[in-house]
Design a protein around this ligand. Structure first.
Ligand code: ZN
Length: 214
């Protein structure tokens, strides 16, 4: 391929003024999720690894003209296509994103969120490993978040198991208490009966003795 892989896009490496992005890849969930979204967006979910490896998406398909690594950015995924009527003004979408970012970002505005390929990438000088250098800080952030989430998951799982065990134990205890309660009920009933019989016998004996004295 000597240009953009998007349906209906005629941009070539020689067009000039454009950047060409590889389809996202990598083993992390963040990366595979992004890849899936890109393939869905360009309607190429059926592509195999070989085709994907060589495919490039040009920067014309991003509202800001640049792909973003921020999952809340509209440019996280290509969205400007010939074959889609934009449901809303893409610029308005971008403005809204920037407003939201400014609000959320006052503390962390040093974070790099735009992918900035050093130069336009042509077929022969695409860096072999990554033409989209993930900023180290961003990468570390994501890694940290990933391991935090993993840790959180393990903790929650443990908590869940503990609660379940406790619940089972409580259930067994309740069953045991019920059993004892029923036993006591039965025993007290038979005790009362016995006591009554005993008293009756004593009364009758007494009566008999009394009568026999006359
Ligand atoms: Zn294109």
């Amino acid at each position: 391929m000597s240009g953009c892989c998007v349906y209906g896009c005629t941009n070539r490496y020689s067009t000039g003024g454009l950047k060409f992005y590889r389809i996202p890849r990598g083993p992390r969930p963040f990366q595979s999720n992004r890849r899936r979204l890109w393939l869905q967006a360009i309607k190429r979910v059926d592509w195999n690894e070989d085709i994907i490896k060589n495919a490039r998406v040009c920067s014309a398909h991003f509202i800001s003209g640049k792909a973003s690594l921020d999952s809340s950015s509209p440019d996280f995924v290509p969205s400007v296509f010939m074959y889609t009527k934009q449901r809303q003004n893409p610029n308005a979408k971008m403005d809204r994103y920037h407003r939201k970012r400014r609000r959320a970002d006052t503390a962390a505005n040093q974070r790099v969120t735009s992918e900035t390929p050093e130069q336009e990438c042509s077929m022969d000088h695409c860096p072999a490993e990554e033409d989209i250098p993930v900023p180290k800080r961003e990468y570390d952030d994501l890694n940290l978040r990933y391991s935090q989430l993993q840790e959180e998951y393990v903790n929650l799982r443990q908590e869940f198991d503990t609660l379940r065990a406790e619940n089972e134990q409580a259930f067994l205890q309740k069953k045991e208490l019920n059993r004892r309660h029923n036993m006591v009920k039965v025993m007290s009933r038979s005790l009362v009966r016995e006591l009554f019989n005993h008293l009756k016998t004593q009364f009758l004996t007494l009566l008999f003795n009394l009568l026999s004295t006359f």
